[in-house]
Design a protein around this ligand. Structure first.
Ligand code: ZN
Length: 65
């Protein structure tokens, strides 16, 4: 049963390579992270992570950034 975990690691490595290559094509830059290009909203008060649709924080009611 030595092959199973090795195969899993290779698949994950391959996915990261595809993500890197995809970011390179999209941005024309090396090391561009497509995942980090998705904007995240944050509460301006308590810094809680909010959904993109949220206009106000569900925790403290402060306006979303
Ligand atoms: Zn808040």
């Amino acid at each position: 049963m030595a092959g199973g975990s090795c195969l899993d690691l290779r698949e994950q490595r391959g996915n990261q390579d595809i993500i890197d290559a995809f970011g390179k094509v999209l941005s024309g830059k090396n090391n561009y992270k497509t995942v980090e290009s998705i904007p995240k909203k944050m509460c301006s008060g308590c810094k809680k992570e909010l959904k993109p649709a949220d206009k106000f924080c569900s925790d403290c009611g402060a306006k979303a950034q």
